[in-house]
Design a binder for this molecule. Structure first.
Ligand code: SAM
Length: 245
């Protein structure tokens, strides 16, 4: 059983995506660890390492599809008191789960949550020094529009970084990965979260996402310069980087 995502219209698709995350929000962090064997933590560390934000001057990050705040937390930990982060996510449930996570922590004062769609970000032009999106762009219906929005809200000289599942580079790893993702992940979703279909969606959306070079071209088409990518764990995931010049 699959959602048959190809057949549904854009608005319906986003509604289905929202439903997936509303249903898994409370178990989201646990499921991430289980399904990636903790790898997502290393990949997120890699993203912040590549961003290399300054420690001693003001720096504004927007983390789109930021969910429960894994990227924002790493960013705030890597920077000083003058750095701030905004988590923008379309799901009220994911934002709520994120808020609970930061409540009463030392980072809370440098972090804000805004509910919004990556395709129509509720921020003025040139508002941020960096834009990050981790495992989020795959869920967006109109990806080209989301990339243009990323460009719009960045200041000239600003940095775009996207972490997303990608095309596995080694054939054997690819076979193992496919078996794992199409058989193990939906089963794990069923057993741990009671949400087989939601995790089935996840796997299908990963399979449909463009490969590294195709996505790099999409990033360029949105206006970004010096677009590059790095493969992580044999291409299971990749980080794309670009600059608004
Ligand atoms: N960035 C977090 C991380 O890496 O753990 C969360 C990733 S989670 C797989 C995807 C997130 O994208 C969900 O929180 C979901 O609500 C959000 N999302 C889906 N469609 C979106 C859209 N159109 N605009 C903004 N956020 C969206």
């Amino acid at each position: 059983t699959s959602f048959g995502f190809k057949q549904v219209r854009a608005a319906e698709r986003q509604a289905l995506v929202n439903n997936v995350f509303a249903r898994v929000a409370d178990r989201y962090d646990l499921m991430n660890d289980l399904m990636s064997g903790g790898l997502h933590r290393l990949w997120k560390d890699d993203l912040i390492a590549w961003l290399a934000p300054p420690k001693d001057r003001p720096f504004r990050l927007i983390d789109v599809a930021g969910g429960t705040g894994d990227i924002a937390r790493r960013f705030l930990n890597a920077t000083g008191p003058q750095a701030t982060a905004v988590i923008c996510d379309i799901s009220a449930e994911m934002i709520e789960a994120g808020r609970r996570r930061f409540e009463g922590t030392a980072l809370a004062g440098r972090l804000s949550f805004v509910q919004g769609n990556a395709e129509t970000l509720p921020f003025p032009d040139r508002s941020f020094d960096a834009y990050t999106i981790a495992f989020g762009i795959r869920n967006v219906t109109d990806r080209a529009r989301a990339l243009r929005e990323a460009y719009r809200v960045l200041r000239p000289g600003g940095r775009f970084l996207c972490l997303e599942f990608s095309e596995v580079q080694a054939p054997i790893l690819d076979d193992i990965y496919e078996l794992y993702s199409f058989h193990v992940i939906p089963r794990l979703g069923e057993v741990v979260a009671g949400e087989r279909e939601a995790y089935q969606y996840l796997v299908e959306s990963i399979a449909r996402f463009p490969d590294q070079d195709t996505f790099a071209d999409e990033v360029r088409a949105a206006g970004f310069s010096r677009v590059q990518y790095r493969n992580l764990t044999g291409g299971i995931a990749a980080i794309h980087s670009g600059w608004r010049l």
